[in-house]
Ligand binder design. Structure first.
Ligand code: T46
Length: 137
């Protein structure tokens, strides 16, 4: 499974807490894009796609949601509910995001600019793609 839940180093004192994210230091890639997701209600499902190249780190800055990660063979569920943990998702991982709490805010750091051509949004195509990439190795 090409994902990892990373504990992010937190700097805290009596004023509160601070987390710093730096390319290739506590993040395993260069950050080229930051986007955020908010106002998603609990019955909504997001995601349902994979990326052929993109790497991302997802942080639930506020609230919680569930990520279901699928490498074509296994599915695992990860809950994001703390701003001091980040979910690193590498390439070729199908993801579904669900069970958003009201007010959930996700911040996502991405290794590249937005490019719709690099998304796989059809599950059968995803299975073919990972099969092909294994055949080439
Ligand atoms: C991912 C999960 C965690 C843009 O124009 N620029 C952007 O940077 C992004 C991320 C999206 N878009 C457009 C593409 C769609 O027309 O915004 C619309 C909604 O995107 P999407 O349906 O892909 O959103 P999610 O929440 O299903 O998925 C997003 C990311 O797209 C994806 O890379 O891994 O969050």
């Amino acid at each position: 499974m090409n994902y990892k839940l990373l504990e992010l180093q937190t700097i805290g004192d009596e004023r509160g807490k601070l987390v710093s994210l730096e390319s290739n230091k506590n993040l395993p890639f260069d950050i080229k894009r930051v986007y955020y997701i908010y106002d998603t209600s609990p019955e909504q499902i997001r995601g349902n796609h994979a990326h052929t190249e993109l790497e991302q780190l997802v942080i639930a800055i506020d609230g919680a949601c569930e990520f279901v990660l699928d490498d074509g063979k296994n599915k695992e569920s990860v809950w994001l509910n703390r701003p001091d943990f980040g979910l690193y998702i590498g390439k070729n991982m199908w993801r579904e995001m669900r069970n958003f709490s009201y007010g959930c805010k996700l911040m996502i750091l991405a290794s590249d600019y937005y490019d719709e051509r690099e998304y796989i949004r059809d599950y059968t195509t995803f299975l073919d793609t990972i099969k092909d990439s294994k055949d080439i190795q």
